[in-house]
Design a protein around this ligand. Sequence first.
Ligand SMILES: [Mg+2]
Length: 230
Amino acid sequence: MAVKAVVFDLFGTLVFDKFSSEKYPLFLSRLASFLNLKDSDFSSLWQASYQDRALGKFETLQDNLRWIGNQLGHALEPSAVDKSASAIVDLTRQALTPRAQAVEVLYQLRLMGFKTGLMSDCGPAVPLVWKETPFEDLFDTAVFSCREGLKKPDPKFYQIVLDRLAVPARECFYLGDGHSGELDGAKGMGMKTALIWSAIDIDEPERLVVKGWEGITLTSLAELVSLLAI
Ligand SMILES: [Mg+2]
């Protein structure tokens, strides 16, 4: 396998996907109470604004929160908006804790001579805290949907990573947990692909997305090293 670079998804691949966990609705309720908004109104507009958040349509988290307030006819208290934005950044910081083997595997792949890229569909909190994470030094490039105004599976989004890595798609391996059509998107570009999904990821709900996948499936990040060592 003439692979020169490995591109990783972030949530559900290198870190647990806290934003899909059962506890996330409780977090949103807390934000709604900071903002003095009805829980269900806030939560549904927060979820409904995900696409715009991930596409960088809101320059800051505060803009996103103010937009929700406007939709509900409330001018939000600036201090409550800042407090909520900080809580989102804090949760994101926690969420970016590497899962087991992530740091070791990235380090190992780089020792083996592979370039490494990250591609994440995310809101503005992720690039804000990225530099504080151990991942920062382990990637040749990290691209965030909210910074590029592009999401998976848009071919232009993959092309940005490939260009920055200076590696053609056919020499690139993509690993993800399968959300947002990311694996078909990567395959469509000509990249080699694998799904990662571990039944022991108890923080994550059952991933319906994995059903029907017929390609390579890994149950741990360490398996990637053996796969690429061949
Ligand atoms: Mg994911």
